[in-house]
Ligand binder design. Structure first.
Ligand SMILES: [Zn+2]
Length: 96
């Protein structure tokens, strides 16, 4: 079931639930039974604030004008000293 929005010329907008693709161009107003026209809007897919994609977009926009001030590097952001620090055998290889 999908929610379709209609606009009654007397009462205003109302939503009506119908199967996907079942929302016709007109529907009777539940209050005054006047023929109401369907309001076409873009789908609200992925517009939830809990959606990780939306949080990433919002954080990116916010950091552009309000950069976060820190006094130390985050633990995950520290760079290692390269592959030789992880594997001692790599330190024994000849260097150019
Ligand atoms: Zn109405």
């Amino acid at each position: 079931m999908v929610s379709y929005t209609y606009r009654c010329s007397v009462c205003g907008e109302f939503d009506r639930r119908a199967p996907m693709g079942g929302g016709g161009a007109n529907a009777p107003c539940p209050t005054c039974d006047t023929k109401a026209k369907r309001v076409y809007r873009p789908p609200r897919i992925g517009r939830s604030p809990s959606d990780p994609r939306m949080r990433l977009i919002e954080d990116t926009k916010r950091s552009a004008c309000e950069p976060q001030v820190v006094d130390s590097l985050p633990a995950a952001g520290r760079r290692s000293r390269g592959a030789s620090a992880r594997d001692p055998r790599l330190a024994a290889l000849p260097r150019p």
